[in-house]
Design a protein around this ligand. Sequence first.
Ligand code: GDP
Length: 214
Amino acid sequence: MSVLVTARFHTTVAQARQLPPDGIPEVAFIGRSNAGKSSAINVLCQRRRLAFASRTPGRTQALNFFAVGRGDEITGFIVDTPGYGYAAAPGAVRGAWDALAGTYLQARTALQGAVLMLDIRREVTDLDRHMLAWLPPALPLVVLLTKCDKLAASRQTIVRRQVMAQLAELGRGDQARVLLFSATTRKGIDEARAAVGHLLGERPDEPKKTPTKG
Ligand code: GDP
């Protein structure tokens, strides 16, 4: 069972000074507004409305922390960052995003990796490039090409290759894993769960040893 299915709401951070202590492994989920981030978080965590809690007024421009860990133990956090790129007041919103999410992504020691949601029909946009510039150069990246059910399988493969090339051009090719993903058809869920779990320090169960006689 993936550790992600233990996710529960932990805290909302509207200003950097409210961040919880920097230490337990964190993975940030990032993406343009409407890229499918909430749907991806909900389906990966097997919770219908977990990430939609981030839509509550007062939480939309905040970092929302979801704790993972078995029982009462917290072994990691999934950090839902504000979707970027709403047309309304782009300058002001971008400034606010940079001040909180950008700074968090750049400076957080506990950050083990980022999951970037890209709508497969839009690939890497200028806003995504702006955001990527905040990430530490060697940070592991899991890229989910979301809503892949909207394209034919042959087209999905072509776009995946294009996105890998675009990331390589941005100097992110080596540490990025690009997965086809659909919250609707559940394509890519197992791989995405394994990749995020790995970033949070989860290791696959040891193969069970059969006791040998004698
Ligand atoms: P967010 O703004 O990035 O959190 O995006 P949402 O998760 O709210 O999704 C934006 C829109 O895309 C919604 O209308 C979703 O129903 C739709 N959507 C999300 N994931 C998928 C998917 O895998 N397939 C399809 N066809 N639509 C999706």
